[in-house]
Design a binder for this molecule. Structure first.
Ligand code: CO
Length: 440
């Protein structure tokens, strides 16, 4: 595997994952193709040594694991976590806003979106719709995924001539300015939004007996595919690098590992809105899966105490024009190595023991580790690491690939960064020794 091939695979994943639902469906296909068996939360499980399994929740989170020879409470679980969601625009239930023969779609802002980057870009529309279906004369509800997979809307900027101060102080009002322009013409003559969705659903899923779209979770995203940039292709420019880059690196790391003890990836939804959801890292998904691998309270406690998680989420690379936004001694750069994230207020779960283990893994993989700590006069963001660590009692380190323009509609990373993260995670899964250090 070369970085180039690895990136091709990453680009395909990003392009085919405009929503967490699509991302999980894509990963599911990869898992099936590499021998992972689907388990259902509602069924009884029979886990076998060396077995490969995965479970999804809400279609937007997935946990996959390879069972070790020994029980999880005997040798622990090596875990890597990441999130499947990215900041975006979520379509409201009654979205149509008509004026001057133009229809815009009202949206809520999902996550900490950098809104000014969303103007004048082709926007794709994708997500989950729940439909009334009639099959063999029986009526039922079913959710399906749709993806227009092309620019179906955009948000036009106001011309500079109508706002001469725009370059000084244009602000974005999400209610007034963000609803993307979806169609032009007499709204009386165009199909209502749900009818449009119905037509698209029938086109994507012919012969499935879809009668009506009852509800939906649809979001706009950048329609432009992931691409290289830079004079030597040393940069990646892509939507949703935060955090599909990490999901991809972790999945590849697991698939190609030959772990001696149980190894697991945990990809959860809703990190960008706090993780406190059905499928989020603060929800019950991981704990529920772990408690079925280690059913008694004692087995669970022993498993947690012997396990280790690398929580992966992108890290802020130092900006070429605004380097003073970083602490000068903790300014990660692109194409240098994975970033270890540290915060005294524990907005990141890293501590000296978990950090030491990550450095140890990277040294074994021949990688340089960079350190990120926020400036002491700026507040720090957070991620899934502290949620998982505090809820399960699993020692965790927060790391990530260096990234510029985080939460922009297009984010940048170095073209070697995804592969370096993969090498670190693959090495972690392949470590012979137990994941926990015996320092204490
Ligand atoms: Co993130």
């Amino acid at each position: 595997m070369t970085p180039k091939k690895f990136n091709q695979d990453l680009f395909r994943f990003i392009d085919q994952s405009p929503s967490p639902f699509h991302g999980v469906r894509y990963m599911e296909k990869q898992l099936k193709a590499t021998g992972f068996l689907r388990l259902e939360e509602k069924d009884a499980w029979n886990l076998e040594a060396n077995g490969r399994y995965y479970i999804t929740r809400n279609g937007s989170s997935v946990i996959a694991f390879i069972m070790g020879k020994e029980q999880p409470w005997e040798s622990g679980i090596k875990m890597v976590g990441a999130h499947t969601d990215s900041p975006c625009l979520r379509v409201k239930p009654e979205p149509a806003q008509n004026s001057n023969s133009m229809t815009r779609l009202g949206c809520e802002i999902y996550g900490g979106t950098l809104l000014n980057t969303w103007f004048d870009r082709g926007l794709n529309l994708a997500g989950r719709i729940t439909c009334r279906i009639i099959e063999d004369e029986k009526e039922r509800l079913q959710s399906i995924l749709i993806n227009y997979n092309r620019p179906v809307a955009l948000i036009p900027s106001l011309a500079i001539h109508l706002d001469r101060e725009a370059n000084k102080n244009r602000t974005v009002n999400p209610q007034l300015h963000i609803p993307p322009l979806f169609s032009i013409g007499d709204p009386e003559k165009s199909l209502p939004f749900k009818e449009q969705l119905l037509a698209r659903a029938k086109e994507e899923h012919p012969g499935t007996g879809i009668q009506e779209v009852i509800d939906y979770e649809l979001s706009f995203s950048d329609a432009e595919p992931a691409a290289y940039a830079g004079i030597d292709n040393e940069i990646i420019s892509a939507p949703r690098l935060d955090n599909l880059l990490s999901c991809h690196a972790a999945l590849k790391g697991l698939e190609s590992a030959a772990p001696s003890s149980t190894a697991m990836v945990v990809f959860t939804d809703n990190e960008e809105v706090g993780s406190d959801t059905l499928a989020g890292a603060r929800g019950s998904f991981l704990e529920s899966v772990l408690s079925r691998m280690a059913p008694t309270p004692e087995q669970f406690a022993r498993t947690a105490a012997r396990s280790f998680m690398i929580s992966c989420d992108n890290a802020h690379a130092v900006h070429p024009a605004l380097s003073d936004k970083h602490d000068p001694n903790h300014s990660p750069t692109l194409n240098t190595g994975p970033v270890l994230k540290i915060n005294a207020s524990q907005r990141y779960a890293s501590d000296s023991e978990s950090s030491a283990l990550f450095r140890h893994v990277c040294r074994r993989a021949g990688l340089t580790v960079q350190n990120f700590v926020m400036r002491s006069d700026l507040p720090c963001g957070s991620t899934i690491g502290p949620a998982i660590s505090s809820q399960t009692g699993i020692r965790t380190v927060d790391v990530g690939a260096a990234t510029l323009a985080m939460h922009s509609i297009r984010e940048l990373s170095g073209s070697n960064d995804p592969f370096m993260l993969f090498k670190a995670l693959n090495k972690f899964f392949s470590l012979d020794e137990p994941p926990l250090l015996s320092l204490t």
